[in-house]
Ligand binder design. Structure first.
Ligand code: CA
Length: 217
């Protein structure tokens, strides 16, 4: 899951980035409204967290810019406590959810999972395929009822493939999901994770689609 975080407060932004990475999101953090809008329109994100008070372009204008350009990525806005008008305007401009500051990180994580689920047209939280059950909230995998230990990167890859069940996911999309923009990617890093996933979960689960990417189902 690739997440865009638009937040100009350095302490809050830093804390959010660390917490969201631990939840398995790849986080691209921008401290400026204009840069956030530019990035959201030019790259593929699964979800956007948008602070409303941002330099260069206000969060509500970022939101307006996104929806005017038909970008329908789910957006959760962060508002000041008591700022009811901002929340109403944000929701009417196309935000999908909001949280008032200060908020609880566990609540934010749960709301993000619910937004992702809805954007994928699912109402049940568990991802399932051929005896494999992945629980995004608990970050746990079971295969035929037995828990399987995965690394965070393996978990991120498996979750993305299960969410895209039946569709081919390109290598570059998986790499973006794992690393975001700036991190260095070893040329065979993805293959290594896929190899390890196959060793743990069986060779048949993840199929290589030559020249295109990988697929489950
Ligand atoms: Ca702010």
């Amino acid at each position: 899951m690739r997440l865009l975080l638009a937040e100009d407060d350095p302490l809050l932004g830093d804390g959010l980035k660390t917490a969201l990475q631990a939840e398995g999101y790849t986080v691209d953090w921008f401290k400026d409204g204009g840069q956030s809008l530019h990035a959201a329109l030019n790259e593929v994100f699964d979800i956007i967290i948008l602070d409303l008070g941002l330099p260069s372009l206000d969060g509500l204008d970022v939101l307006k810019g996104l929806r005017n350009r038909r970008c329908d990525t789910p957006v959760l806005i962060l508002t000041a406590r008591g700022a009811v008008d901002d929340r109403i305007r944000g929701l009417d401009l196309g935000a999908d959810d909001y949280l008032a500051k200060p908020f609880d990180l566990d609540e934010l994580a749960a709301r993000l999972r619910s937004l992702v689920r809805r954007s994928q047209g699912r109402s049940t939280p568990l991802l399932e395929y051929a005896g494999i059950v992945l629980d995004p909230a608990a970050q746990k995998i079971r295969q035929d009822g037995v828990e399987v230990e995965l690394t965070l990167k393996e978990f991120i890859i498996l979750r993305y493939l299960l969410e895209s069940q039946g569709k081919v996911v390109s290598r570059s999309r998986l790499e973006e999901t794992m690393y975001g923009w700036d991190a260095e990617i070893g040329s065979n890093a993805l293959e290594v994770h896929i190899h390890n996933l196959r060793k743990k979960l069986g060779q048949q689960l993840i199929r290589t689609v030559r020249g295109l990417g990988y697929r489950i189902g």
